[in-house]
Design a protein around this ligand. Structure first.
Ligand code: NAD
Length: 541
C-alpha cells in the first residue's frame, strides 16, 4: 500500500486563548453558550455510523442550574450493546488494514475542526455540561483534546519507526497490529479531553471501539462525536452507547472478542472491572489489555525554606480550580510551623476573593460540583469537620443546592495527619492542611508517603536544594507526576505525560507513546533471502 515514508506535521501544543473582554473568542463562546443553553438537544447513541434513538431517555441539566433542561439522551438496551460489538467487529476488517497515514489524516482533521469551527461549541458544551469556567473549558475541551489528537499521530509514527536490526541475508520487520477483537473505552465526567482521547487513541492505532461516556458528560460527548463524524471516522469504528454502566459492561465483557479496557474514573470501579475481566479470562480469545487511570489524594508539602506566597498560590490554584474535580487536584497539604501564619492568611485572602456562580458570568472562578451525589457527599464531610474536635474550618464551609450544586471552597486544618479528609479522595473544592513542626521535615515526608493508598500527583515547594533532593527520593513511589516548586495540577500533553501508580492506576501515561503501545500487538516478521536446503551445519563435517 505505502508509496512513501511520510512525515507527519510536527505536533505543537495548541495555544490557550485568553477570553479577555472584547476578544472575538469571548464573544463566540458566550454566543454559543446562550444558544445551546436556551435550546433542547436530543442526543442519540451512535452505532455503525447511524444515530440510534431508543425512546428511553434521560434529561440533561447544567450542574449550576439543575432545574434547567438542555436536552435529553437515549439509553441502551442490551441489544444495542450487542449491535455495537458486532458492528465494531465488522468494521475492523477494513479499518485494521487502513494505511496508517489515512488514519492519521482523520484524527489530524479532527484536531483542526476543534481548533477552528468547533472550538466555541465544544467549550460551551463543557461549560454547560460540566460547569467549567471558560478557561477550564478552553484548556481541557479545546487545547488538551487537540494536543492529544496531534501528538498521538506523532507518537504513532515514533512507534512504527521502532524496528529491529537486520542482516544482509535476513530482513527483520515489526508491524504494530491493532488488538484482535474490539476495545472498550469508559470515560469520566471531568475531562472532555479524556472522553475524546480514550476512544480516539485506540482507533488511531487501528482498533475498533465501544465507547461509554459518563452520564454527566453526554452533552459534550455529543460534540466530540460530531467532530469525529465530520473528520471521517468510518461507520462502526467508534460506537457510542449510553446508559446503565453495569449492563453495558457485563455485555461487553461477556464477549470472547473483548480485547482491551481503556478506563479513566474512580479506583473502586476500576478494581471491580479488573476483577470481572479476571473472572472471564477463560472465555477470551486474547488476554485483554487493561489500562486504568483512577483516583488521587494529591499532596503539597512545603519545606521551611519555601516562599509562603508561592505555597499559598499553589494551594489556591491546585486545590480549587474546577472545584477540585481534577484527579490531580491538591487535597492535602503539609505546611511547616514557621510558614503557617503567612500561608494561612494568604490562602484565606485568596479564597475570600473567589467569586462563585454560573460559568456564563466570566467573573466567576468557582462554579458548581457535578451532581447531587457529589454535593451531598462533600456537605457530609464538611459537616463532620465542623463537628470534629481535631478539625477546624478556616475558610469556606458553606454549601447550597437550591439552584446549582454549589460548595464553597473549603480549607480544613487538622491536628491529626491521618484525619479522614487527609486520606480519602473527596473530589471537590476541599483541602485539608496539617501543620508540622518545621524541624520534623524527614518524619513528615514519611507521613506523606504512608498516608494514602494513591500515588497520582504531588508537589514539593522549597528554596533549599538538599530538601528537594530528600523529598524527590523519599516520595519517589507516591506520585506518578511529581512537581518541584509548582502546583501538582496542569499536565500538558507532550510535556508532562500523565498517570499515577499504587491505587491511582496502571500508569500508562496518557499523552505519550507508552499509552499507545498498549493498544497494539507487535508482529515480528523475519524474511530470509536465501533459504537453506541442507539441514547439516558445518560442524557436522
Ligand atoms: P466514576 O468512576 O464514577 O465513573 C467513570 C466511568 O465509569 C463513567 O463512565 C461511569 O459511568 C462508569 N461506571 C460507573 N460505575 C460503573 C460500573 N459499575 N461498571 C462499569 N462502569 C461504571 O468516575 P467519575 O466521577 O466520572 O470521575 C471522577 C473519578 O475519576 C475520580 O476518582 C478521579 O480521580 C478519576 N480521574 C482520574 C484521572 C487520572 O488520569 N488518573 C483523570 C480523571 C478522573
Amino acid at each position: 500500500m505505502g508509496k512513501g515514508f511520510f512525515n507527519v506535521p510536527i505536533a505543537v501544543n495548541e495555544p490557550v486563548k485568553g477570553y479577555a473582554p472584547g476578544s472575538p473568542e469571548r464573544d463566540a463562546v458566550l454566543k454559543a453558550y446562550k444558544e445551546m443553553f436556551n435550546s433542547k438537544t436530543d442526543v442519540p447513541m451512535y452505532i455503525n455510523g447511524k444515530d440510534v434513538t431508543t425512546g428511553s431517555t434521560r434529561t440533561m441539566s447544567p450542574p449550576h442550574d439543575h432545574q434547567h433542561i438542555v436536552g435529553q439522551y437515549h439509553v441502551a438496551e442490551q441489544s444495542h450493546i450487542d449491535e455495537a460489538i458486532s458492528t465494531a467487529l465488522e468494521a475492523r476488517k477494513a479499518w485494521a488494514d487502513m494505511p496508517w497515514e489515512q488514519r492519521a489524516g482523520i484524527f489530524l482533521k479532527a484536531a483542526e475542526l476543534i481548533a477552528g469551527p468547533y472550538r466555541a461549541k465544544i467549550n460551551a458544551a463543557t461549560m454547560i455540561a460540566q460547569s467549567k469556567t471558560v478557561h477550564q473549558a478552553e484548556i481541557d475541551a479545546a487545547c488538551e483534546l487537540i494536543d492529544f489528537l496531534r501528538f498521538n499521530v506523532q507518537f504513532m509514527t515514533d512507534i512504527y519507526m521502532e524496528q529491529p536490526e537486520s542482516t544482509s541475508d535476513a530482513w527483520n520487520r515489526i508491524e504494530y497490529r491493532p488488538l484482535e477483537g474490539f476495545t472498550y473505552a469508559v470515560t469520566p465526567f471531568n475531562f472532555t479531553a479524556i472522553a475524546g482521547n480514550l476512544p480516539a487513541c485506540m482507533a488511531l492505532m487501528g482498533n475498533v471501539v465501544v465507547w461509554k461516556p459518563s452520564d454527566s458528560q453526554v452533552y459534550s460527548a455529543k460534540v466530540i462525536m460530531d467532530v469525529f463524524k465530520e473528520a471521517g471516522v468510518p461507520a462502526g469504528v467508534i460506537n457510542v452507547v449510553f446508559g446503565d454502566p453495569v449492563m453495558i459492561t457485563n455485555t461487553v465483557m461477556a464477549s470472547p472478542y473483548f480485547s482491551g479496557l481503556h478506563f479513566t474514573g474512580s479506583t473502586f470501579i476500576f478494581k471491580e472491572l479488573w476483577k470481572q475481566i479476571g473472572n472471564n479470562i477463560h472465555n477470551y480469545k486474547t488476554y485483554p489489555r487493561i489500562v486504568g487511570e483512577t483516583g488521587g489524594k494529591d499532596f503539597i508539602i512545603a519545606h521551611k525554606s519555601a516562599n509562603a506566597k508561592q505555597v499559598a498560590t499553589a494551594i489556591s490554584r491546585g486545590a480549587f480550580e474546577f472545584q477540585g474535580q481534577k484527579c490531580s487536584a491538591a487535597s492535602r497539604a503539609y505546611i511547616p510551623s514557621n510558614l503557617w501564619n503567612d500561608v494561612k492568611n494568604y490562602v484565606i485572602e485568596d479564597v475570600n476573593s473567589f467569586k462563585m456562580g454560573s460559568p456564563e458570568d466570566l467573573n466567576n472562578f468557582i462554579t458548581a460540583v457535578i451532581h447531587e451525589g457529589s454535593f451531598d457527599k462533600l456537605a457530609k464531610y464538611i459537616d463532620q469537620a465542623k463537628a470534629d474536635d481535631n478539625a477546624e474550618i478556616i475558610a469556606g464551609g458553606g454549601y447550597d443546592k437550591s439552584k446549582g450544586y454549589f460548595i464553597e471552597p473549603t480549607v480544613i486544618v487538622t491536628k491529626d495527619p491521618k484525619y479522614t479528609t487527609m486520606c480519602t479522595e473527596l473530589f471537590g473544592p476541599v483541602i485539608t492542611i496539617y501543620v508540622y513542626d518545621e524541624d520534623k521535615y524527614s518524619e513528615t515526608l514519611k507521613l506523606v508517603d504512608e498516608t494514602s493508598e494513591y500515588a497520582l500527583t504531588g508537589a514539593i515547594l522549597s528554596a533549599d536544594r538538599y530538601a528537594i533532593v530528600e523529598a524527590t527520593q523519599a516520595l519517589q513511589n507516591c506520585a506518578g507526576n511529581f512537581y518541584i516548586n509548582d502546583k501538582p495540577t496542569g499536565a500538558v500533553v507532550g510535556q508532562q505525560p500523565f498517570g499515577g501508580a499504587r491505587a491511582s492506576g496502571t500508569n500508562d501515561k496518557a499523552g505519550s507513546a507508552q499509552n499507545l503501545l498498549r493498544w497494539v500487538s507487535p508482529r515480528m516478521i523475519k524474511e530470509t533471502f536465501v533459504t537453506p536446503v541442507d539441514y547439516r551445519y558445518p560442524f557436522l563435517g
